[in-house]
Unconditional design. Structure first.
Lengths: 92, 953
């Protein structure tokens, strides 16, 4: 069980949250071709390391926010508000 | 007066048992006596009960091997009836008066076991035997008998009368293990002001120091422990958990602890499962002693040296009359001295190392205890208990034995090294590697993401000499006692090319028993490395998984059983339904009536009666779980319009639009209605099952994708009781109630909504219909629901107005062919499949899912499409039956999604998704339900009132 630092409520247990998949996925316009649209629907990166993703504090404040989590160690590297740009991470 | 000794192996003095208090207990139906302070294991040993079980495969006699939770042989059934505990570890069962314990293996008994014959067929049971034998006709023919022979504990069959609890705790420092190291760590943290939790699996704090006579900070250990315990008890912010094992370490310093409340006290839970969130963790868990590997190393009387020491010093029990010690490290010499001082005959110490420290040599000499250096046991004898040990002198390179000597003894203390107890460190991702100097797994780096410190003897790497006899029949050298796995099994696995540790583990089952390899993993790695000729560190190791020791399932469930298993939601009118004989079932958490059975009626009879009443006159349905969401703001229309396939911009006040919402893949997500209450203020309804999902969906898009739209979303599902009055007499009945709303047809047509007052309550009334009849869907504040319900029933009494349940509702909607999202549709169904393709295509502006509708897959002409089915009366359609078109080459062209009968005629009807169904109207299809094959006609729904005139009344 992860302990997730909600930017509005503080450190809470994982079951209070809903995972929302990758962050910063731009929604293509109606004019996009089939390949672009299908990639938007189903194409996902699967990095071994830093993953930029969305979470919602569904059983708390109900707010969506962004998180950077290391998929190998579950270390939570960064948490930032929905709508903010991707933070630059120090290389380690 | 000298109290009689409790057992022939109880020493007259020494140990921390109370010799003035005796405790009677029964084992395998024989009565014995122990003392207060005994465990079941120590009491059995004191009484000379050597054989307590039969081994898993070969049914060899086995005795107590250890004094801890790593015990592989002393797994006994304790208690009878619903409170019985199977596979209880005898060293952890505190002796209580009249305790009843039983062996779990051996027939007719553990002393004489017919199954022992299997020992003589041992080659048949080599690793992977189930892939090579017992194959014809198939494994399952033999499986039941083989499992029965293995001898496993019996789970109680009656409901558990005890209570369990799950508790949560938060702390700054979690210290696991209350030996001297743990006590010191807890005190240091507590004095620094931290919230500390100290966890100890024993009933007493202090660990080994409690009984080994050591001195701590110039005090006798027992005094020091007593003072520190008192100090911890007094400090605020310190929690002491005794009889508690830390069983799991998860991400982010979350640990699971299993607390046993024993002996059981009335009114207290039997066990507690703690979920602990710690700032940091201190592992003061000590180390687990490992055995030596040699021929017939599994006989009763062969025990870990540290265990013999604890039975001696803590429980006052001698391991036998003539004791031999065999080791490959320094730790046994203290035991040799203690045994001698207790008056037990010590034959000598066999040490596989070629040298010992001078001080040790001198100490043993002063006690006249002989040391045989460079020697290791190679074999033992004794049918059901140890009688003699053959010791061999190792050649200089350790590969051969130069000479042997046989010594008669009834107890053999073995010490093959020490494995630090690092389970919890490894469970959550800490890396370990085999260290050849200590023959143990050692941490290679700090944990990558958890703050966990390893302290005390868990942080030691004690050097060892040879551990495995180089000679002898490897089929009789045991590595894993619990699963009866021998060195020969490891050799076989490697010969058959299962070379990775993961493959060897699964092929031989070594380390897979309930002890998770606590006394076998280290030796296994050393042996595999030797046979393969590579350094053991290159082998890696198998994954250590929680729980560290078995946990009672009931403890994990805690109080969330029975009625508390899942939260249940009651309708505002629930009390009335319950009082009037409603059959209530769970639908997405809501307890809803499925039918109101009158005397003598079955569920089906009630459903038919209710459905017919609605068509004939009127019925009353509780629709309160219907999802209701208000969307307000200057951009509310723009926002909502982006979710529906319908163009909402043409919506007029007071008019109801039925709409479909899609997922981004184009699949139908939900259906419901949209109403404009006022400019910038909309009210939408959703299916009952999706009420929360649609709300979350709207919020997700608002917050993440369109945060600049000015809109506020409020879920009001539970704020309103929703009652449907449906049937030709609905208007007549509703008119009798005092209201501000004009119910005439011209003023209040179908698919409109009116607000006002009803019975002097605020009300929102829709004219929408799921049954196909004239329907008023009336919303009043939830608390007033029961009052409206009863008022309607009273007003409708002359018309025999009665309630209908979900079964009848769904029956009526089936006749009308109305969409039931989730029944006809699945995650691939797009609007065109169910007849809504034109509406979606006509909307020019973007909405969620629109782009996907143009993908080639969603435009194919052979997609599954919604159709109706009819067939000869007298048969029934079965949901899930597969359909085949006349000229089909595919095994399936679709399936039946809903099935039932016409309320009026009883004829069978069904809805189905059929390949290119819209082109198949009027044709015949084959219906396959298992082996039963029938034929049906494809029709266009609805089956009843095709013009839809009845709901427009």
């Amino acid at each position: 069980m992860l302990r997730i630092p909600c930017p509005y409520c503080g450190l809470r247990d994982e079951p209070e949250f809903t995972f929302g998949g990758p962050a910063h996925v731009a929604r293509p316009p109606l004019t996009a071709d089939d390949a672009t649209w299908t990639d938007y629907l189903f194409g996902r990166d699967n990095p071994a390391g830093a993953h930029f993703e969305r979470w919602s504090h569904a059983y708390g404040c109900g707010q969506w926010f962004n998180m950077v989590r290391n998929t190998l160690t579950h270390e939570i590297v960064a948490v930032y508000a929905m709508g903010e740009p991707k933070p630059t991470l120090s290389s380690s | 007066m000298i109290k009689p000794k409790t057992g022939p192996y109880r020493l007259t003095q020494g140990g921390q048992i109370d010799r003035t208090r005796t405790i009677p207990f029964r084992f395998n139906n024989e009565t014995y006596t122990g003392n207060a302070g005994d465990t079941l294991a120590s009491a059995l040993l004191a009484n000379g009960v050597r054989t307590v079980s039969r081994s898993f495969k070969f049914h060899r006699p086995r005795g107590m091997f250890s004094c801890g939770m790593e015990e592989p042989n002393g797994l006994l059934q304790v208690g009878t009836g619903p409170r019985a505990t199977p596979s209880a570890r005898a060293p952890f069962v505190e002796l209580t008066p009249n305790l009843e314990a039983f062996s779990q293996s051996g027939w007719p008994g553990v002393a004489f076991d017919v199954g022992r014959a299997l020992d003589f067929t041992a080659p048949m049971w080599a690793a992977g035997f189930y892939n090579k034998t017992f194959i014809w006709p198939n494994w399952h023919t033999y499986e039941a008998a083989i499992r029965r022979m293995a001898g496993l504990g019996k789970a109680p069959t009656e409901p558990d009368p005890d209570r369990y609890e799950v508790r949560n705790l938060h702390c700054d420092v979690l210290v696991i293990g209350a030996g001297v190291t743990g006590l010191k760590a807890a005190l240091e943290a507590a004095h620094a002001g931290a919230r500390v939790v100290l966890v100890e699996q024993d009933r007493l704090l202090g660990g080994q120091a409690l009984w080994d006579g050591s001195v701590v900070e110039s005090s006798p250990a027992t005094d020091w422990i007593g003072a520190r315990t008192h100090e911890l008890d007094e400090l605020p912010g310190v929690t002491l958990l005794r009889r508690t094992t830390a069983v799991g370490c998860y991400d982010h310093n979350v640990l699971a602890l299993s607390e046993r409340n024993h002996p059981p006290r009335a009114g207290m839970p039997r066990e507690r499962y703690w979920i602990a969130r710690a700032g940091r963790v201190v592992l003061a868990t000590g180390a687990i002693e490992q055995p030596l590997i040699f021929g017939h190393n599994d006989r009763p009387g062969i025990m870990l040296a540290g265990a013999i020491r604890q039975y001696l010093l803590r429980y006052g029990v001698a391991p036998g009359r003539r004791v031999l010690l065999a080791a490959n490290n320094e730790s046994v010499y203290g035991l040799a001295k203690e045994l001698k001082e207790a008056g037990v005959k010590v034959l000598g110490v066999v040490d596989s190392r070629h040298d010992v420290p001078e001080a040790t040599r001198a100490a043993m000499q002063s006690l006249s205890i002989e040391i045989s250096l460079g020697s290791i046991p190679v074999d033992t004898a004794g049918f059901s208990a140890l009688r003699s040990v053959t010791v061999g002198r190792l050649s200089n390179d350790g590969r051969r034995i130069n000479s042997t000597q046989t010594l008669e003894c009834d107890a053999l203390a073995v010490s093959g090294g020490w494995s630090p107890n690092l389970h919890l460190f490894a469970q959550a991702g800490g890396k370990l590697a085999y260290d050849p100097v200590s023959g143990s797994l050692q941490p290679t780096a700090p944990h990558p993401s958890i703050e966990i410190e390893i302290a005390g003897s868990a942080a030691l790497a004690i050097p060892i000499g040879p551990r495995v006899s180089p000679v002898g029949n490897t089929r009789r050298q045991w590595v894993d006692l619990l699963h009866d796995v021998t060195v020969a099994d490891l050799e076989l696995a490697l010969r058959e090319n299962y070379t990775s540790v993961e493959h060897v583990k699964r092929y031989t089952t070594v380390g897979m028993a309930a002890d998770q390899g606590k006394t076998s993993a280290a030796a296994t790695l050393g042996i595999l490395a030797r046979i393969r000729g590579i350094p053991a560190a290159e082998l890696g190791h198998t994954t250590l998984r929680p729980p560290f020791t078995p946990v009672t399932l009931g403890a994990i469930a805690g109080r969330d059983i029975g009625e508390r298993y899942a939260p249940s939601r009651l309708l505002p009118i629930h009390a009335w339904h319950a009082r009037h004989g409603a059959l209530v079932r769970d639908f997405a958490g809501w307890q809803r009536p499925v039918a109101y059975m009158e005397s003598g009626e079955s569920r089906e009879m009630a459903t038919l009666r209710e459905a017919r009443s609605v068509r004939a006159a009127c019925g009353l349905f509780d629709a309160s779980p219907l999802g209701k969401i208000e969307v307000q703001g200057p951009d509310a229309l723009e926002f909502l319009d982006r979710f529906y396939i319908n163009d909402l911009k043409t919506l007029q006040p007071g008019r109801v639009r039925y709409g479909l919402m899609l997922r981004e893949t184009g699949a139908i997500f939900d259906d419901g209605t949209v109403v404009m209450l006022a400019p910038g203020h909309f009210l939408i309804t959703t299916t009952s099952g999706n009420a929360e999902r649609v709300y979350a969906w709207l919020e997700e898009w608002r917050q993440c994708e369109w945060p600049r739209l000015r809109v506020a979303i409020t879920a009001v599902t539970e704020q309103w009781a929703t009652i449907s009055l449906a049937g030709p007499r609905a208007r007549a009945i509703l008119s009798k109630l005092d209201s501000s709303i004009d119910l005439t047809r011209s003023e209040f047509p179908h698919l409109t909504m009116r607000t006002g007052r009803l019975l002097n309550l605020p009300t929102r009334i829709y004219r929408v219909s799921f049954t196909g009849e004239l329907t008023y869907e009336i919303n009043v504040p939830a608390a007033a629901g029961p009052r409206l319900w009863e008022a309607l029933l009273e007003a409708g009494a002359p018309e025999e107005l009665k309630p209908l349940g979900l079964d009848a509702l769904l029956q009526l909607r089936l006749e009308k062919g109305f969409l039931h999202v989730g029944t006809e549709t699945d995650a691939t169904t797009v609007p065109a499949d169910v007849g809504w393709g034109k509406v979606a295509a006509q909307k020019a502006s973007d909405f969620v899912g629109k782009r996907s509708l143009a993908l080639p897959e969603n435009l194919r002409s052979d997609r599954l499409q919604l159709v109706g089915l009819t067939m000869e009366p007298g048969r029934i359609f079965v949901v899930g039956s597969h359909l085949r078109l006349a000229d089909s080459r595919d095994p399936s062209d679709g399936w039946i999604t809903s099935a039932g009968t016409m309320a009026s005629t009883g004829d069978p009807i069904a809805l189905a998704m059929l390949r290119a169904g819209h082109q198949q109207i009027g044709t015949e299809v084959t219906v396959q339900d298992g082996d039963a094959v029938t034929h049906a006609r494809v029709v266009s729904p609805p089956f009843f009132d095709k013009s839809g005139g009845r709901m427009h009344a």
